[in-house]
Ligand binder design. Structure first.
Ligand SMILES: [Zn+2]
Length: 418
């Protein structure tokens, strides 16, 4: 009989070589310092678009965008999705409902008005809540090197039943609200309103724990509206800290965790690609604090420290990008618990077979404009920005969030503070 073992060993060796030779992504370039005073933004008009031949599009819901619809021919409809303002990181956050008088089969061409290129793989849903990726044979986009605007096409079949198409599988702010409510069911969780956004949405924090605020933790996510995978990792992380495990029970007696799951509610509700309703990238406003969201959170943290005489020992900001990467502070600099973050990342990553975490410590020693820098330089909190890949599998995201929390608790539960 044919022995498959040698072939299998060759396969394994090849796999190892290919893994080894793939260099880890270097991450984003240096952070630009920008003005963070309000800039004008362009909102979308919420309406129904008549695309001809009995086909209709709508953007009448919270979150995601659709700005124009134009039929190019019998089987091709161009849709345009525009950002809130420019310059902007190209992360088109599209989403719309579609239906037709009778069944129709056609292509949608995505246009971003010459700004940016397609980023998020399309998802569909029949109820606006449960989304799944479209079949890849129905979606065409150029290979990454030649990623260009107006070159992505989706083939769909419509009917009188409403079909949702969106860049992310959660649209709007209600899923965040639902999740907050589920966390608030624990007796050790409390809701704190720390301010309001420009459009009057509540800026809210969850306080988790029964401790005395001598050692505190801060977790934030969704500074950038479409970054759902970062939000999902944050959820898994926080859920583990709220669990019934002996480590979590012990942890909550010793530490209070403060969580701001949605830093930018206006941006999420308006389907912004990146900015808040002041037209600003919030993650560039952690020195100037011109925007209500960053101002409210920094004032909250500073007043906590003042009231309790305690300190923030850990902070994390969750985002999404092309692939998983951790941005940490310069390892030469010491915060309230030197070495904590690299240790937690490495220990938790070891539990995922074959996963080598991409950790990029900041080379600078000066404070910068990001949340991560604020947490470290102002509070000496050991801090990290965890960017989760847009297409990282959901089970892996769940594991990463959960394992980070478990390893963090193991170390912090043992720590004796003076
Ligand atoms: Zn981000």
């Amino acid at each position: 009989m044919f022995d498959r073992k040698p072939a299998f060993i060759v396969f394994l060796v090849l796999l190892l070589i290919s893994c080894k030779s793939t260099p880890l992504w270097e991450g984003q370039g240096p952070i630009q310092i920008i003005e963070t005073e309000d800039k004008p933004i362009q909102k979308q008009n919420q309406q129904v678009f008549d695309a001809g031949n009995g086909v209709f599009f709508s953007n009448q819901f919270d979150g995601a965008r659709l700005n124009q619809v134009e039929r190019l021919n019998d089987t091709l409809i161009q849709i345009t999705i525009l950002p809130e303002n420019e310059p902007i990181n190209p992360s088109p956050w599209y989403g719309f409902k579609i239906w037709s008088e009778k069944s129709e089969d056609f292509w949608i061409q995505f246009s971003y008005g010459g700004i940016g290129f397609h980023r998020y793989f399309p998802k569909t849903s029949l109820d606006g809540m449960n989304f799944s990726n479209v079949d890849s044979v129905n979606f065409f986009q150029p290979a990454s090197e030649e990623r260009r605007p107006e070159m992505s096409f989706l083939r769909i079949e419509t009917s009188p039943d409403t079909l949702w198409i969106a860049a992310q599988d959660r649209v709007g702010t209600s899923h965040v609200q639902d999740w907050k409510e589920s966390i608030l069911e624990h007796e050790f969780v409390e809701l704190i309103k720390i301010g309001e956004s420009k459009e009057g949405r509540a800026l809210e924090i969850l306080k988790i724990g029964n401790a005395d605020d001598q050692e505190m933790l801060m977790v934030i996510s969704m500074q950038h509206p479409p970054e759902l995978t970062g939000f999902l990792a944050m959820q898994a992380f926080v859920e583990e800290l709220c669990s019934d495990s002996p480590a979590a029970i012990k942890f909550r007696k010793k530490y209070n965790l403060y969580v701001m799951p949605q830093m930018n509610p206006d941006g999420v509700a308006n389907g912004h690609w990146r900015h808040n309703s002041g037209g600003i990238d919030l993650n560039r406003d952690w020195i100037n604090f011109n925007q209500p969201e960053t101002k409210a959170l920094s004032q909250f943290m500073e007043s906590k420290v003042k009231e309790s005489g305690g300190k923030f020992v850990f902070a994390a900001d969750f985002h999404s990008t092309w692939e998983d990467i951790f941005y940490t502070n310069n390892e030469e600099l010491e915060g309230n618990f030197p070495g904590l973050i690299p240790k937690v990342i490495k220990k938790s990553s070891k539990r995922i077979p074959g996963y080598v975490p991409n950790i990029r410590p900041n080379e600078g020693v000066q404070r910068s404009v990001t949340s991560n820098s604020y947490f470290f330089f102002v509070h000496q909190a050991e801090s990290m920005t965890f960017e989760v890949g847009d297409n990282t599998e959901r089970e892996i995201i769940q594991m990463k969030g959960q394992f980070l929390a478990e390893e963090l608790m193991k170390i912090l539960n043992k720590k004796k503070w003076k």
